[in-house]
Ligand binder design. Structure first.
Ligand SMILES: [Zn+2]
Length: 143
């Protein structure tokens, strides 16, 4: 989560909401890829931290299936990212702060653990949650 927090900090430089994500390899420690929110920086509405990290991890592995991988993200994934998580077949999602307004991994929806889908990753929430949330609160307060 430390690496994801560092990544989130980089989003601010591009004027983006500080959300960061990393994809860990099957060993649980090797970082395959990282990403931070780049919607403002790139003008791409799909440039969320998770989507970018997943795309980069797949490029590193040379395959779309991120089986045995772990996605670590500072904020609970939205519906789009939850969809990307299910599609990528990551084994585990670890997130920091809950997103009661748009979260799709246990708060408003639970897309990643929907029993109607053929892949359901393990979800671990609340890791360094206060620190992850503070980053967002500070960002919005400063605006
Ligand atoms: Zn998202």
């Amino acid at each position: 989560m430390r690496l994801a927090l560092d990544e989130a900090g980089q989003a601010v430089r591009g004027g983006d909401v500080p959300v960061g994500a990393v994809v860990l390899a099957a060993d649980g420690t090797t970082v395959l890829a990282a990403g931070h929110n780049e919607r403002e920086a790139t003008g791409d509405p799909t440039a969320h931290a998770e989507v970018l990290a997943i795309r980069r991890a797949a490029a590193v592995l040379g395959a779309w299936r991120l089986t045995d991988c772990t996605l670590v993200v500072t904020l609970e994934p939205c519906t789009m990212c939850a969809g990307a998580i299910v599609q990528s077949r990551v084994d585990r999602v670890v997130y920091g702060a809950r997103d009661d307004k748009a979260g799709a991994a246990g708060s408003l929806w639970d897309v990643v653990r929907d029993r109607r889908l053929n892949h359901r990753p393990e979800v671990i929430e609340g890791v360094l949650a206060e620190e992850c949330a503070a980053l967002l609160t500070d960002f919005f307060r400063a605006r």
